[in-house]
Design a binder for this molecule. Structure first.
Ligand SMILES: Cc1ncc(COP(=O)(O)O)c(C=O)c1O
Length: 425
């Protein structure tokens, strides 16, 4: 047994982890008498303990003050969405005026495409990755049709060109060089949900802008996972959900980014009263005057009960710091990968790129032997209280989240896969 594989080594890594205290701030689901080994932050992040009190505060203010809580609540509801502005901006590397928490991810993608997908007869296509998350594909396809174009000719899905089903920057460069003049919008993932591959947002933006294409990013799997620099990337827009790495609860309120240079844009947009100029919103005039910045894309007054968990969660990110989180993330995912390569070669193939700059915390693991074997392993893990998630036909996604996962959790996962393998032989 090597040092790397020993329980002592894992415990030492946990003991010297500068972020170890954060685990206590989360509700760990139980498996019998023990905590689950929860690796599913890529799907639903765990509940920060402080969320319960934050929600109760809002319920109490509503009970105590009724409509007056808009102004006199502990956290007044009228400016509530602004309470998350600074922390949200810090989390994704944006200026505060460039971000807003609103709606859900697919809705935000649509609203932003209304502004940033403006097809013409020459330039009408949207470029996405082949195998994009279905909601994104449905969204872009419906946008193409909405504008009277045909997805057969106006939806370009770039196929993976690397062995594991990942996409090289050269392939992106090539498709933009060859077809860029027909592409109105590039909609790209920050981290691809199935492979776990992370992309260089700045470089994609540079390549796309060189062809005069608009660029938007779906950051569902990147927000709270990677230290993004959205402003500096130059992207036109981005959207993300907050229920994965941002730990803000099932169906949590999502995020949107609109680059500062579009702050006062006269592009088309779907309007609602909460996007109206704040200074005159309550004059209730009939003409829509957008408030500058990302706030101008809001439609409705925000759901306070959804914003409260996000506020609490982003405060945790602020205390931990994205740089420290990324540092641990690289280490703990690197540890997972090293153990898989050492102990589980021939059982699990790592699909996710090996270079740290090409991935976040998630590793997508293809179970050697196909779907039935993979399902068997997945069930064995679940029975042992080890929670990852399954992607057809044969991939288990395991995401050590640096806020609450321990190195010993990772070791527990490896040992359980070994037990399953022994039971098979
Ligand atoms: C990459 C990606 N895009 C879109 C969605 C859809 O998100 P929502 O249901 O919040 O609109 C998800 C959800 O997991 C996702 O992972």
């Amino acid at each position: 047994m090597t040092t790397l594989f020993s329980a002592e080594h894992a415990h030492q890594l946990d003991a010297s982890d500068p972020l170890r205290g954060f685990r206590d701030e989360f509700q760990l689901p139980r498996h019998g008498d023990a905590d689950q080994l929860y690796f599913c932050g890529n799907s639903l992040g765990l509940q920060p303990k402080a969320v319960r009190a934050a929600l109760l505060d809002e319920l109490d203010d509503w009970a105590r003050l009724g409509v007056e809580a808009h102004f006199h609540g502990k956290h007044p509801w009228m400016p509530y969405h602004a309470f998350v502005r600074e922390t949200l901006a810090a989390c994704v590397g944006a200026q505060p005026s460039e971000v807003v928490a609103m709606n859900s991810l697919s809705v935000n993608l649509h609203l932003l495409m209304v502004s940033f997908y403006q097809p013409t007869s020459e330039r009408h296509a949207i470029l996405i990755e082949a195998g994009a998350f279905p909601s994104d594909r449905y969204a872009v396809e419906s946008q193409v049709r909405f504008h009277g174009f045909d997805p057969v000719t106006s939806l370009i899905e770039l196929e993976a060109d690397e062995a594991n089903g990942t996409i090289s920057m050269q392939a992106i460069e090539r498709v933009l060089a060859e077809r860029g003049q027909t592409i109105a919008l590039v909609l790209w993932p920050g981290v691809q949900y199935r492979s776990g591959q992370a992309f260089d947002l700045k470089e994609i933006t540079r390549l796309a802008h060189a062809q005069d294409c608009a660029v938007g990013f779906d950051l569902a799997h990147a927000a709270g996972n990677l230290p993004l620099q959205l402003h500096d990337s130059g992207a036109d827009f981005a959207a993300w959900c907050s229920y994965k790495y941002l730990n803000s609860g099932p169906g949590a309120i999502a995020g949107a980014f609109v680059h500062e240079r579009h702050a006062c844009s006269d592009r088309p947009r779907f309007a609602g009263w909460w996007g109206h100029d704040q200074a005159t919103r309550f004059k209730m005039g009939s003409e829509f005057v957008p408030t500058p910045g990302a706030d101008g894309w809001q439609l409705s007054n925000p759901p306070i009960l959804a914003l409260a968990p996000l506020r609490v969660s982003l405060e945790i990110f602020q205390r931990a710091g994205m740089a420290a989180l990324r540092d641990k993330s690289e280490k703990i995912t690197g540890y997972l990968e090293a153990l898989i390569r050492e102990r589980l070669d021939g059982t699990l193939d790592v699909v996710t790129p090996a270079e740290p700059e090409r991935r976040g915390c998630q590793l997508s693991l293809r179970v050697v032997g196909g779907r039935e074997r993979g399902r068997g392993l997945f069930q064995f893990l679940a029975n042992a209280g080890i929670i990852g998630d399954w992607r057809e036909p044969d991939v288990i996604r395991i995401s050590p989240a640096p806020l609450y996962n321990r190195y010993s959790d990772v070791l527990g996962f490896i040992q359980t896969v070994e037990q399953w393998r022994m039971a098979q032989s």
